[in-house]
Ligand binder design. Structure first.
Ligand code: ATP
Ligand code: MG
Length: 349
């Protein structure tokens, strides 16, 4: 009776072999060591003992009733454990096989997904290039007509040509964005870092944006610290990012609102210049802020959406800023406004 003891008195008894073996009674019957009738008697005896407050293991009940001796019971239990172990090993093996199989399937799915992504990027790039060629001709001839290089035109014709030119410019910038996006998707974004004068850069991009802001009855405020040092940046791409941020600010702000472009030294880091665009527009709720950087994601996804665009601006802006080793921050409150900012590294002298 050494290993089969009262559970109440000895908690270690919980790990006796018999406890680990489920359905010992049935097993003993199957092995022909016990009759069904004897098993029922032993179970009843065990039950009665439990009722009178004594916890008895089935093996102990069988022995106390004299149906089996200790050695036979131990042998039966050991045999049961060996079988159980074999079954466990089998189950483990099967599980490992299934995990391996699933891993292979997932790897294959991932490979196919990457392939589709590349195909998609290639497709977007090819279509965009195909669109760009005829568009260049259309723009060229519209330009010639508009500047009257091909003959005189009347004011109505000039107006119509002006509108067509604007539309073709918009189309071209859309196609350029798509080409840029497909390049980024193929991991082909290269930034050409040079010393950049941000004051001059802002001057160059602000003209058309100010006109747009005025057309939307918005006030555009430009707040650029004087005598700023040069920063390390890809001038063309950073111009593009600031243009996108201002374009969004104009687009998502109601008439009468204020848009501020601020470029100043970072008060917390002497080697950084901060660039921020603030608007008093519709704002973005906190839970949606991370979504705005997803490709083609627009918060107003309805079919009757009020604001144009493809939803690529911020995706590409983020990629550009990250390629500069920097980060974009967004602060926004619904119906109050939004500030999107990023720092750039000052060029050391
Ligand atoms: N200043 C802002 N105020 C409110 N919502 C904004 C602002 N900027 C971006 N968003 C939200 O984030 C979405 C994604 O912006 P993003 O610039 O990437 O795309 P888009 O402006 O819709 O299209 P695209 O820039 O390609 O012309 C916008 O559709 C809008 O829902
Ligand atoms: Mg945009």
């Amino acid at each position: 009776m050494a290993s089969i003891t009262m559970l109440e008195n000895n908690p270690d008894a919980m790990i006796s072999p018999e406890v680990l073996v489920p359905k010992l009674g049935e097993q003993l019957v199957n092995m022909g060591l016990l009759t069904s009738d004897q098993l029922q008697q032993a179970l009843r005896y065990q039950h009665q003992s439990q009722k009178s407050g004594v916890t008895l293991l089935l093996g102990q009940a069988i022995m106390e009733m004299g149906f089996l001796d200790r050695a036979t019971l131990d042998r039966a239990v050991t045999e049961q454990i060996v079988r159980l172990r074999a079954a466990l090993e089998d189950a483990n093996h099967n599980l490992e096989m299934r995990v391996q199989q699933r891993t292979l399937e997932l790897e294959e799915a991932l490979r196919r997904l990457s392939e589709y992504n590349l195909l998609k990027a290639n497709f977007v790039a090819n279509v965009s290039h195909e669109l760009r060629t005829p568009l260049t001709h259309i723009r060229g001839y519209l330009d010639l007509l508009y500047t009257e290089s091909l003959g005189d035109i009347n004011p109505d014709q000039k107006k119509a040509l002006g509108v067509s030119l604007q539309a073709s410019l918009r189309l071209q910038s859309l196609i350029d964005d798509l080409i840029f996006f497909s390049q980024v998707s193929r991991g082909q974004m290269i930034v050409d870092i040079c010393p950049v004068n941000l004051g001059k850069l802002a001057e160059n991009i602000l003209g058309p944006l100010k006109t747009r802001a005025e057309a939307h009855q918005l006030t555009m405020q430009v707040n650029i610290e004087p005598n700023m040092p040069y920063v390390q940046a890809d001038e063309e791409k950073i111009s593009w990012v600031i243009t996108q941020l201002l374009d969004n600010a104009v687009k998502f702000t109601e008439p009468g609102g204020l848009i501020t472009l601020k470029i100043n030294r970072d008060p917390g880091a002497i080697n950084l210049i901060n660039i921020s665009v603030t608007d008093t527009g519709i704002g973005i709720s906190q839970d949606k802020i991370k979504d705005i950087f997803e490709p083609f994601h627009q918060l107003d996804g309805s079919a009757t959406r009020r604001y144009g665009g493809t939803g690529l601006g911020l995706t590409l802006a983020l990629q550009i800023i990250e390629a500069h080793g920097s980060v974009i921050s967004v602060k926004s409150e619904l119906h109050v406004g939004t500030t999107i900012s990023f720092p750039l590294l000052i060029k050391e002298v």
